[in-house]
Structures are given as structure tokens and as C-alpha cells.
Design a protein around this ligand. Structure first.
Ligand code: SF4
Ligand code: SF4
Length: 75
């Protein structure tokens, strides 16, 4: 089974939650701490469920999300 890793750039995030709203697997949540801009940035709360559909990254207006497919043995 393919596995994916989400990389967030919390310093670019404005906490709009668009990524969370489009994720079909409930992978994304909002961090309890705030970033330098005072927003609660998006983060992965259920990384294992990610199917790599890219919807979150495409939806993000600030390019704050990247998705990588893990090779066997990757963390
Ligand atoms: S790639 Fe798809 S499944 Fe994975 S976190 Fe983004 S929207 Fe959710
Ligand atoms: S869509 Fe982008 S800016 Fe909006 S909460 Fe998600 S990561 Fe942050």
C-alpha cells in the first residue's frame, strides 16, 4: 500500500481551514499553538489515512502544503 507524508509550512499558513475542508480522509487539523502571524496553522492529525489525492495542496492559497510519496523504509 502506498504511504504519503505531508509537509506543512506553518509560517506561510493563515489558518483558513480550506485544506481541512477538502480532505476526504480527515487527515488535517489545526494546531493549538499560533504561528508568527497569530494564526493556528494546519497540521496532520491522522497522517496514516492520507491517500495522496493532493486536494489540500491544490486548494491552499498560500502554497503551505507539500505531499510526498514514501518509499519503502522511509519515515
Ligand atoms: S493529500 Fe488528500 S488525503 Fe492527503 S491530506 Fe491532502 S486532501 Fe487529505
Ligand atoms: S489552506 Fe493553506 S493557508 Fe489555509 S489553513 Fe490550509 S495550509 Fe493554511
Amino acid at each position: 500500500m502506498r504511504a504519503f507524508k505531508l509537509i506543512f509550512r506553518p509560517e506561510k499558513c493563515k489558518g483558513c481551514e480550506l485544506c481541512r475542508s477538502v480532505c476526504p480522509k480527515g487527515v488535517i487539523g489545526m494546531a493549538s499553538q499560533v504561528n508568527a502571524k497569530g494564526y493556528h496553522p494546519a497540521c496532520a492529525v491522522n497522517q496514516e489515512a492520507c491517500i495522496g489525492c493532493q486536494s489540500c495542496a491544490l486548494m491552499c492559497p498560500d502554497g503551505a502544503i507539500a505531499i510526498y510519496q514514501l518509499e519503502e523504509g522511509d519515515q
